[in-house]
Design a protein around this ligand. Structure first.
Ligand code: PMP
Length: 350
């Protein structure tokens, strides 16, 4: 028996690099534009003296503005420290049975980390060869289902009918739909909330609302499910959201015009970049996100990744089965993408 026998050892999720200095950062799906100017105002008027007090434990101010924006009730909303926190709590709350939880073999690589950490049994379900998700594969006994829609890193979206099929086939399991990227053009499962009490929709302000640094995530579900999440949260940490993040989140959600403008710019840049990559010989999936999932038939993805990195352009490369010939490229500004494409053009000519 040694000291180390009593210590939990886990293999953690490894996030994309956050390099210091001036680089073109297309590796963690951040927004290339600043958050709404209303966020800066909301932070500026926060009285530092108030920081001696704990923040709202029930986060009601932020929940109320999220609820009003999406036309649901505040008790159907949960908020957390980025959607990673919301998802981790959802795993802990909803996947407490003995049957395996199901998720795709290619998806957000945090899901298996949480399952391992909480000793939740799970099985991965292979996506089709073209990376699409087949809803019929989820019509079997399970202890819960989670999938990202649109999926990461493929960028592909499942139509609402497919999401509904999974919900309808699993009335006894909680089905979590991770909609981190939904604002960039996919169909949301929110309209299904009234019909399916097993649905949990998870969102983030890190991507479409440009607040990755503030750490704000949220979820929608029937009141009973939200209550269960709140109880688990309150058994770990009563005060997850800071006074500043509550104020910033409220300001961001209330500035619809700015939100739509930012989305419009990113989607336009995405489609232009996709066309340019295709001209260079890349195959690119039909992304409904703020990133592209691309493969060059002639140059290994790892070579592209390493060469770009040396030139100060950071993209994401996953050395994993089935996707180790692809790069995931976040949509930056038009100027960022111009520089990326120039480098890729030079590399293609070599
Ligand atoms: N879900 C998916 C599919 C993601 O790609 C990410 C970003 N890494 C997250 C959730 C978590 O984002 P955040 O914690 O910043 O909300």
């Amino acid at each position: 028996m040694s000291l180390y026998d009593n210590i939990r050892r886990v293999t953690p999720y490894v996030p994309g690099e956050q390099p210091a200095g001036k680089v073109i950062k297309l590796n963690t799906n951040e927004c290339p534009y600043a958050p709404s100017p209303r966020v800066a105002e909301a932070i500026a008027v926060c009285d530092a003296g108030r920081l001696r007090l704990y923040p709202e434990p029930d986060c009601h101010t932020l929940k109320e503005s999220i609820a009003a924006h999406y036309a649901v009730k505040p008790d159907e909303v949960f908020v957390g420290v980025g959607s990673d926190d919301v998802l981790a709590l959802a795993f802990l709350t909803f996947f407490a049975g003995e049957k395996p939880v199901l998720f795709p073999d290619i998806t957000y690589s945090f899901y298996d980390v949480w399952a391992e950490l909480y000793a939740i049994p799970y099985e991965t379900v292979p996506l089709a060869a073209d990376f699409t998700l087949r809803p019929e594969d989820y019509a079997r006994e399970n202890g819960g289902v989670i999938f990202a829609n649109p999926n990461a890193p493929t960028g592909l979206a499942l139509p609402l009918s497919g999401v509904e099929e999974i919900l309808a086939k699993n009335p006894e399991s909680v089905v979590i739909v991770d909609e981190a990227y939904v604002d960039f053009g996919a169909e949301t499962a929110l309209p299904l909330l009234k019909k399916y009490e097993n649905l949990v929709v998870v969102r983030t302000m890190s991507k479409s609302r440009a607040l990755a640094g503030m750490r704000i995530g949220y979820a929608f579900a029937a009141k009973r499910l939200i209550r269960a999440m709140e109880d688990v949260k309150a058994s770990i940490n009563s005060y997850t959201m800071t006074t500043l993040s509550l104020a910033a989140g409220k300001a961001a959600i209330e500035d619809e015009d700015y939100f739509q403008q930012t989305l419009g710019k990113i989607i336009k840049t995405r489609e232009e970049t996709k066309a340019s990559l295709q001209k260079l010989g890349f195959s690119v999936t039909e992304s409904k996100t703020n990133f592209l999932f691309a493969r060059n038939p002639n140059i290994p993805a790892q070579t592209l990744f390493e060469t770009l990195r040396k030139r100060g352009i950071y993209v994401r490369y996953f050395k994993k089965p089935r996707i180790d010939e692809h790069l995931r490229i976040t949509i930056g500004t038009d100027e960022d993408m111009k520089q990326l494409l120039e480098e890729l053009r030079c590399l293609s000519k070599r």
